[in-house]
Design a protein around this ligand. Structure first.
Ligand code: IMP
Length: 425
């Protein structure tokens, strides 16, 4: 059985923590897209773990974690992450597998990502600078380097030489940068080969065989639906498919094996980087949400833009992903607000829009139509059951489920594992 967990907003919905919680029921936790742009934060007791490439299921010592072919793997970043986890007492080696056909992110991808962004000036996407888009571009241009190539010294040297010829030309002549040195990149990569080799495998075959034997797989999406390269607010998107369908292509799983899709939504909305955001708040209220919710990027440290919950977006995401249920995170951050707003539609010129418009200009110009609800003064940090939530918080959640046409199964009210309330309670 395969369960897919997806973000229903612009990423940072708190998926890492929910993966950590749901991993109890899984045997294998798998990442299917994105790369080191992701930043999943999980608190276990007082200890904070930040994940970029390794699935957060690794915190459970009996789980196998998998990085699928749809992910772009930065070997330098992966080595640092594994080292930090192991220093913190989390064993990784022996429990982490990487798809041989995943593509690798190298120094030139990161450098080009940064200089391309600089060149775009006001039109910049606001990328994480982790070389994500530039690695996927090479994948689709069929000049990418896969994990299996990275491990093969002869093939790697050849591919690296070819790639550098093009990249250095671009860096020098178009971006006015210093070219990268083949031997430096070669040496850095060869130092990482022995680290990657024991983890590299045919992940698709591994997963399909494991599922046949009755194992449960939890597929973990990074980023969120509105950063999806096809369905997000293009061009202000990431370069992969975070939607649930991405789990099939990014892990090599046939669609019929996916039996459950869980969407994760924050109780309000955040976005990092550029792009339209109709319910965005400015001023004191935005500042309050940002500080209370520690809304600073786990990868780049950038302050996240904050706004009200947008039910038009989350309903669209629930349909697109086929969510059977949703999880609402960070409900506690709304405590103390007298009134809480939820966008239920948009106005665009003379028109009323009730569905997310794929045309980015229309979306940029859309003005939210809000419903206002009573807030609650109570601190939720000690609440452990749905019934103990203040009445106004329950009404807020019920209204969200009505608007997004999907039942809420879990609610989180704090950073720890114990702060997740199950609806059944
Ligand atoms: P890239 O994925 O680094 O190319 O960045 C493209 C867009 O996706 C930018 O707006 C980033 O801020 C955003 N983005 C990428 N990864 C994440 C994430 O994990 N959380 C939130 N936003 C992200």
């Amino acid at each position: 059985m395969v369960t897919v967990l997806v973000g229903t907003q612009w990423g940072d919905e708190g998926k890492g923590k929910i993966v950590d919680y749901l991993a109890e029921e899984a045997d294998i936790v798998a990442r299917y897209q994105g790369g080191a742009n992701a930043g999943h934060t999980v608190f276990v007791g007082e200890r904070k773990h930040v994940f970029h490439l390794v699935p957060s299921g690794i915190l459970h010592p009996d789980k196998i974690c998998v990085i699928g072919n749809g992910v772009v793997v930065d070997p330098v970043c992966l080595a640092e992450e594994v080292e930090t986890l192991e220093k913190n007492g989390v064993s990784v080696r022996g429990r982490l597998l990487i798809a041989e056909n995943a593509h690798v992110t190298l120094e030139y991808h990161k450098l080009l990502d940064r200089v391309e962004e600089k060149q775009k000036g006001n039109g910049a996407i606001g990328t994480t600078g982790r070389g994500i888009g530039t690695t996927y571009v090479d994948k689709y241009s069929r000049i990418g380097i896969r994990v299996s190539d990275f491990l093969d010294e002869v093939v790697f040297r050849e591919k690296l030489r070819q790639a550098l010829e093009i990249k250095n030309y671009l860096l020098k002549t178009y971006y006015g940068q210093k070219p990268l040195d083949f031997s430096v990149l070669e040496a850095e990569s060869s130092g990482l080969r022995d680290f990657i080799r024991p983890m590299a495998t045919d992940v698709a075959s591994y997963l399909n065989q494991a599922i046949k034997k009755g194992k449960n797989v939890l597929a973990e999406g990074a980023q969120g639906t509105f950063l999806d390269v096809d369905f997000g607010t293009y061009p202000y998107v990431t370069a992969s498919n975070p939607i649930s369908g991405g789990a099939c292509t990014g892990l090599g799983l046939p669609p019929h094996l996916i039996s459950r899709v869980i969407g994760v939504a924050k109780a309000y909305t955040t976005r990092v980087g550029e792009g339209p955001f109709p319910t965005e708040l400015h001023g004191d209220l935005a500042e309050r949400l940002r500080n209370a919710g520690s809304e600073f990027g786990a990868t780049t440290g950038r302050p996240r833009r904050c706004g009200w919950f947008d039910a038009v977006l989350v309903r669209y995401a629930c349909r697109l992903n086929g969510c059977h249920e949703i999880v609402i995170t960070k409900l506690d951050i709304l405590s103390g607000l007298e009134k809480i707003r939820v966008a239920v539609a948009y106005r665009h010129g003379q028109s009323l829009i009730t569905e997310y418009p794929l045309h980015t200009r229309t979306f940029r110009e859309a003005l939210p139509i809000y419903e206002e609800m009573e807030g609650w003064p109570d601190d939720l940090s000690r609440v452990r059951t749905w019934q103990d939530l203040p009445g106004a918080a329950r009404r807020y959640l019920r209204r969200i489920e009505e608007l997004v046409e999907t039942p809420i199964k879990l609610v989180s009210v704090g950073v720890g594992r114990k702060d997740i309330l199950s609806r059944q309670c």
